[in-house]
Design a binder for this molecule. Sequence first.
Ligand SMILES: Nc1ncnc2c1ncn2[C@@H]1O[C@H](COP(=O)(O)OS(=O)(=O)O)[C@@H](OP(=O)(O)O)[C@H]1O
Length: 363
Amino acid sequence: EVCTCILTHTQATCHPKSHIVFLKTHKTASSTILNILYRYGESRNLTFALPLNKQSQLFYPFFFVPHFVEGVSSRSVKEFHIMCNHMRFKKSEVAKVMPQDTFYFSILRHPVAMMESIFSYYKSIPAFRKTFSLEDFLDNSWRNYSASVANNHYAHNILAFDFGFKNNIAVGTGDFEERTTVAIQTIEQDFNLILISEYFDESMVLLKYSLCWSLEDMVSFRLNSRSEQTRHSLSPNTAEKIKMWNALDWRIYLHFNTTFWHKVDSLVGRQKMEREVAQLRKLQVKLANTCLTDRGAVDPSLVKDARLKPFQYGTAVIQGYNLNPNLDIQTKTKCQRLILPELQYTHHLYTKQFPKEAAKPFL
Ligand SMILES: Nc1ncnc2c1ncn2[C@@H]1O[C@H](COP(=O)(O)OS(=O)(=O)O)[C@@H](OP(=O)(O)O)[C@H]1O
């Protein structure tokens, strides 16, 4: 894989990859990446490993098994190209569905920013429900945190959980170091690339090189972003408490933040990276000027077309976009796909791939 990617440096004959697994982690900009994969696959008639029965997730938080994918049990699909919906990762099971030469990648976000986002989005889970604030949770409520209660996994080392590891471990306990090492080594083995949400544009350029795609394939608008009014700034003291509480995630993040920059150096180079990030941003500004009326995201109450409204959850206010009404049909379709929220786009692809199943009443 590395060899073909190096060839892309010189614009030589690398072959675009189309067998891809993206582990969609939570609150890491993963919906923006999902949208990139959906558009790439749809425009090339690739087949997605979509969740069974019109679900939007691969039966998360259960560990992945092949029959979660529509078309596996019925054997109606011969070859899957892209798997990218939320799942709890288990490599041995995913590998039963996907071709051998599949490229595996995922994305991590700084655990402090991530927990701030998660607290607002998953405020209704038992661990957070009765707490006044994230600070209140970190100071007091975590003492009553029960790992066995459904959905509480969102509150503790959620990155590790999504990658398939046990998430309930405290720093300083007997096997913390060993389990951290095993988690990091296993992710290194199972994944070809780990991206970092804080360097989203750099991540997209790195992904472009790794997949041998074009810069045009990497353009996106920020999806699933919260409006300013539901963001909370955290003190340095709170940030330290989050790093302690989510020590496993913090260690995983630190490790892959380092390897990310090693990959940048070996696959792209810093100067070229800077140039390509600037090009990518230019392309995105141009696209925003063409596609959008408001130039950027707006609060959901201001999204005029109900079909383009993102799903709302918890105390978060998730923003969406308004489409420029003066577009020719072709441009309109292209722009619409760029801002189509995850649930709507998943349903659209499901209907295309499985028209008969899509017509059946929802069970
Ligand atoms: N391009 C880009 N760059 C940086 N950050 C981005 C980007 N796109 C989305 N986001 C932020 O990612 C958060 C949503 O993450 P997800 O889409 O993974 O959420 S979900 O788990 O699917 O609900 C959400 O974070 P918060 O706004 O802090 O909640 C988004 O703002």
